[in-house]
Design a protein around this ligand. Structure first.
Ligand code: ADP
Length: 740
């Protein structure tokens, strides 16, 4: 391979690549040179520079001194290379310096001045002690490296954090190489400083992120994860301890949940224990409060001097100085915060806060996921208990309305194997109770994606027994798309059987009741005829043969007449009673006031003879059989007059009250009253509390009232204080809107 022509400037550039940190093998490969050649260039370069940098001897004046004993051509070549190297070093953006064998600095370039904020003129001739007087550990490290180089000349590199112009610490890679003087002895070293802070930070960030990611992937619970996350920050960055804070919505405050410390220090342990002790109330003051309130990270350079840091005294005692906190966030929501402490003052580090914010967001997602998983487990457990404890079964249908799932309770309850139903639509299996049009209605409802309730389906078990199911279902939508139905089923066979028995009994009852009514009506009607005969022939007997009979016979005859009259009355009342059911008219809107007026007209004779005083509220329109309503008022007011106190004229009031859907009518009197044990009995046929001598009557009046009110689907009852008066109440439905 034809060798390339290397001039001094190109050689110097190659050597500088090495000073910037590129490895020897990489350089040789790149420029296609042999390692021996590269090393020779480097030696030359370094010794040239060393010579040029001797204090107070500018390069231009150096010529004579260096030239001694050199052939002219060599000298010229060498002087040219030297100038190039000097210019390059000066212009180099990385700090470069030279030190003599005794440790005193020989020179440095402009980048060095800027990096450390020190003028080289003021520093030349001084040692590293003076440059880093405030950082003894830096001095020690440099010195150790130099000692090693003096012992073993060559090159050496090491990482170190050093304070720079603004007081902050930077990560550097220090590259040093010895050079020999004209006599061949080691004369000093050249050093180049490469700032690897950014790389370091990327590494640290990656280390933290990597560790956090692993922890999040491996651990299940928040309590397991958080100490590991705190450790990842502290150990990677060299911070002393940390804590995780959470918002406790139920307690209305926030609390320290987990802590971590890198050293076994009792004071730090005590400080962390103190933090964990109580629930803090949200407010304005306080470090964590601020972070939770704003959702922004925060930094305190010195917690012992910051009044916004409430645990400052305890932190000071534990030897803690700087703190930073970052929010654990989920979108706009702040779920908690991480807090870290350093034993020495640390300037606010934007990079760290940014890294922290990213990890805070990651933790927020993790917490949300854990919560979602917990919610899911809970709701699954709820669902399981629900299905385990309920006698109903659960089912699901796909979007084609085919059954996809049926819980085990179905076969348990019904004894029917669900297999033939799976994959089929509901109407694809026989259901004796449902007609084509029933199914069509059900299908239409499902196609409209409507929920349905108590849809009754009769299925037949393999041994031919009818099983009745009641199904409820609701449509399932995912992202607005119809996904099918889900619902529950109940075995209602027992209910159905009971219903059938009840219906049969009811039908039987209605039939026998109407027969009975018919019978009562016919009987009372037909009884009247022979009774009339007894009456008229007794009268005839008295008229024709009265004078032939003695006093006893006449008295016996008057008993017959009286008995017949009473029997006639009883039969008439019975007839009236049975007519309430058989001869009732349809219910129509009628004025209750009109019915009352007619009742009062019918009662005029007894009102006048008793001197009764009757008052009433204004009565409304009601849905009723007018004749029966009149009868109702008449019987109640009639009784109120009849059962008056001997020495007082009766006073009766008809009152009206609005009772929601109903009107409540009340007929009250100041009469003799009724004892409570008779409150029910008096509404039964022929039940009376007095003899006919005391108060006339047959005991049918209230029975008729009850039958009338029953027919109107109302209620009737009495309130009374014995000896003070009675109040008969009955209710009638209000006329619904639209009813005519
Ligand atoms: P009758 O009036 O024919 O006796 P009812 O069926 O009307 O029959 O009444 C039954 C019984 O209820 C009456 O015998 C009476 O003892 C009692 N009663 C009814 N209304 C009143 C009233 N307003 N005050 C006191 N007792 C009454």
């Amino acid at each position: 391979m034809p060798g390339r022509q290397w001039d001094a400037a190109s050689k110097a550039k190659v050597v500088l690549e090495g000073l910037k940190g590129r490895s020897e093998s990489a350089i040789c490969k790149r420029h296609r040179i042999k390692p021996t050649e590269y090393r020779r260039w480097r030696r030359q370069f370094l010794s040239n520079i060393a010579r040029s940098l001797e204090p107070r001897r500018p390069p231009s004046e150096d010529v004579g001194h260096l030239r001694a004993g050199m052939p002219k051509k060599v000298w010229e070549e060498s002087a040219k290379a030297l100038r190039v190297a000097q210019e390059l070093i000066e212009a180099l953006p990385i700090p470069v310096f030279f030190k003599a064998r005794d440790g005193k600095h020989l020179g440095a370039n402009r980048a060095w001045e800027t990096y450390f904020g020190v003028e080289r003129d003021s520093f030349i001739g001084k040692t590293v002690n003076e440059l880093f007087s405030a950082a003894p550990e830096v001095v020690a490290r440099h010195k150790a490296a130099d000692e090693a180089l003096w012992r073993n000349p060559g090159t050496r590199s090491y990482e170190l954090e050093v304070p720079v112009h603004d007081g902050s610490f930077r990560h550097t890679l220090n590259y040093k190489a010895t050079f020999a003087g004209a006599d061949g002895e080691i004369a000093g070293l050249i050093g180049a400083i490469i700032d690897i802070t950014d790389r370091k930070r990327v590494e640290q960030r990656q280390a933290i992120e990597h560790r956090v990611a692993r922890v999040l992937a491996e651990s299940g619970t928040v309590a397991d994860v958080m100490p590991e996350v705190l450790a990842a920050f502290c150990e990677t960055l060299g911070w002393a301890c940390g804590a995780r804070w959470s918002l406790d919505a139920r307690a209305g405050g926030f609390r320290c949940e987990e802590t971590w410390r890198s050293v076994d220090n009792a004071d730090i342990a005590a400080f962390l224990a103190e933090s964990r002790k109580s629930i803090y109330q949200p407010g304005q003051a306080g470090f964590i409060r601020r972070v939770l309130g704003t959702g922004e990270p925060a930094w305190i350079v010195d917690v012992t001097a910051e009044k916004n840091f409430l645990r400052g005294k305890e932190a000071g005692k534990a030897g803690l100085r700087s703190a930073f906190a970052l929010p654990i966030r989920l979108g706009d929501q702040t779920l908690g915060a991480l807090e870290f402490f350093h034993g020495e003052e640390q300037q606010a580090d934007e990079w760290l806060l940014k890294t922290g914010a990213a990890i805070g967001a990651q933790l927020g997602h993790f917490m949300a996921r854990v919560q979602a998983e917990r919610d899911l487990r809970l709701s699954e457990a709820r669902f399981r208990s629900l299905t385990a404890l309920s006698s109903d079964w659960y089912w699901e249908q796909d979007e084609e309305l085919r059954l996809t799932f049926m819980s085990g309770r179905f076969v348990e309850r019904t004894g029917i194997d669900p297999a033939p139903f799976i994959g089929r639509r509901r109407w694809e299996r026989p259901a004796p109770n449902l007609t084509e049009s029933d199914w069509a209605r059900h299908k239409a409802q499902l196609e409209r994606h409507e929920p349905f309730f108590d849809f009754e389906v009769e299925r037949v078990s393999p041994d031919g027994v009818s099983v009745w199911l009641s199904l409820c279902g609701e449509p399932v939508f995912e992202d607005g798309k119809f996904r099918g139905y889900r619902g529950v089923g109940t075995d209602i066979t027992d209910r159905k059987r009971a219903q059938a028995v009840l219906r049969a009994a009811y039908d039987e009852l209605t039939r026998s009741n109407s027969e009975l009514q018919q019978f009562a009506y016919v009987a009372s009607h037909d009884l009247q005829e022979p009774l009339r005969m007894i009456g008229s022939y007794t009268q005839l007997l008295e008229r024709r043969y009265g004078d032939k009979l003695d006093a006893d016979a006449r008295e016996f005859m008057s008993f017959i007449v009286e008995g017949a009259t009473r029997m006639k009355q009883l039969i008439e009342d019975l007839l009236a009673y049975s007519r309430v059911g058989t001869r009732g008219k349809e219910l129509r809107p009628v004025q209750a006031q009109g019915a009352l007026d007619r009742a009062l007209v019918n009662l005029r004779a007894s009102i006048e003879s008793s001197g009764a005083q009757i008052t009433h509220d204004l009565l409304p329109e009601v849905s009723a059989d007018e004749t029966q309503l009149t009868q109702l008022f008449q019987n109640l007011i009639g009784n109120a007059i009849k059962f008056r106190k001997k020495d007082e004229p009766p006073r009766v009031h008809v009152a009206l009250r609005d009772a929601g859907d109903e009107w409540r009518f009340s007929v009250s009197d100041k009469g003799i009253g009724i004892e409570p044990q008779y409150f029910e009995r008096i509404f039964m046929v022929f039940q009376r509390l007095h003899t006919r001598d005391e108060y006339p009557g047959t005991g049918i009046g209230l029975a008729i009232c009850k039958k009338v009110v029953d027919r109107h689907r109302g209620r009737i009852w009495v309130e009374s204080a014995y000896g003070e008066g009675s109040m008969f109440h009955f209710t009638l439905h209000k006329i619904q809107k639209g009813q005519t």
